[in-house]
Ligand binder design. Sequence first.
Ligand code: PHE
Length: 478
Amino acid sequence: MAAIGSAVGLGNVWRFPYVCYENGGGAFLIPYFIALFTAGIPLMILEFSLGHWARRAPPEAFKKIKKKWEWIGWWTVLMPFAVATYYVVIMAWCFSYMVYSVDLHWGSQAEVFFKHFLGDTGTPLVVGSVSIPVLLGLIAIWLSIFLILYKGVDRIGKVVALTVPLPTVLLIILTIRGLTLPGAIEGVSYYLTPDFSSLGDVNVWLAAYAQVFFSLSIAQGIMITYASFLKKKSDINNNAFIISLADAGTSFLAGFTVFSVVGYLAATRGISIDALGSQIAGPNLTFITYPTAISLLPFAAAFFGVIFFIALLTFGIDSAFSMIEPISSSLHDKWGLTKTKATGIMCLFGFFLSLTFVGGNGLHLLSIVDHFIANFGLVMIGLVECVTLGWMYELYKLRNHANDTSDFQIGKWWELLIKYVIPTVLLTILIVSIYRNLIHPYMGYPWWVIATLGVIPLIILFTSSFVLMKIKVKKRGA
Ligand code: PHE
C-alpha cells in the first residue's frame, strides 16, 4: 500500500495526461504498456528483491553485495531527497489552493491570481519577495512528513490506509462530474484519439519509458527501502505487478478527469482545445486551468475545488514522505541514529533547502531543478543499478530470491531485460537528452544559470554519496 502511495502522486495527475496527449494520444498507451512491462515492472522486481534480501536501506544493501558499492546506495537515497525539496513546494501551493477554493478566491482571473500568489517575478534571476502562504504551507507539509515518519513504519501503514483510497475515490467523483459536463466528450476524444504514426517516432518511446520511471518511483532507492520492511513471506513478483498496474490505472483515469474539464473549458469559452495550448500541462493545469474551469461550474463549484486539492495533497503526501524515508532509514542503519533524530534532521534540512523556492522566482527555479533531476538523475541511477547488478554480480541470485517468495515465477527473460534492454533504453534516453540540452539550453536560459541550478546540484549529489560512504561509522551498542 505504501509503495502504491509513493508511485501514485502528482505525476499521475499532471504529468501523464499531457505526456500521453503530446505523444500520440490513445496510441501512446501501446509504448506506455510496453515500457511498463519491459522496464517498469522488471526494475521494480529488481529493487524489491534487493531490499527484501538485504533487509536494509540502499547503502547497506549495496554494501552487502560489494563493499565498494555503498556509494550507489547513498546516491539512490540522495536523489529522491533532492526531489522532495521542490515536490513539497508544489504541495504547499496545493495547500494554499485548498483554502482558496472555499470561496473560489481566484475569481475570474486564475492566471493573474496565481502570479500574484507566488509574487512571480517572471524570471529565475530576480528573487522578489517571499510568499507567506507558500512559507506557511511548507511548514505544514514538512511537519506532516515528520509526524508520519518519526515513529517508524507502523505509522506509515496507518497513514496510507487513508491517503491511498481517499484521493482515488475523490478522483472518481471528479471524473464523473467532469464527464457529465458539456464539452467533456470532445476533451476525452482529444486525449485518446490515436495517432498511430507517432509510434514510429523514437521520442515517443523515450517519453513512455521516462514516464514509467518517474511514475513508478523506481531508480530512487524508495522501493529498495520499502521492500526491506516487508515480511519474509511477501510475494515480490505479485506486488510489483499490482503496484505498477494500480499506478498505470490511476494515470489513465486522471486523463479522463483532466481532459473532460479541459473540454468543458474550451466549450464554455467557445474555443478549440488546441487554443488552450500550454494550459493543459504541469503547474498551469493545476493552478490556472482547473481552477478556472471549476469556477464556471453551475453548482457546488467550491466543493469540487476543495476536493480536487485535497485529492492532490493526499496523492502527493505519500510520494513526499517516501522520498525522505530512504535517507532517514540509511542514517539510522549506518550511524544508529534513532528514527526520530534521523527524520528530524532530514526534514529540517529539507525544509531549509525548500526555502530556495519561496521567493518570487520559485516557479522558475523549480522547473529548472526538476528538469535536470527528473530527466537525468533518475535515468543515471537506473542505468547504474542495471549495470552493477546485471553485469558485475550474479543476477540470477536476485531472480531466485524473488521467485522463492512468489507464486508467479519470473524466467530468464527477466535477466535479459535487466542486462540488455533496460540499459540500452536508458543510455539512449540519456544521450538524446544530453544532446537536446546542449543544442537548446533549457528554456533558453544562460549557461551559468543552467550550470548552477541543473548541473551543479547533480554533481553535488553524486560526490556526496562518496563522502557519506567514507565517513566512519561510530561503534554502536545493539
Ligand atoms: N511517482 C511520483 C509521482 O508520480 C513521483 C516520484 C518521483 C516519487 C520520484 C518518488 C520519486 O508523483
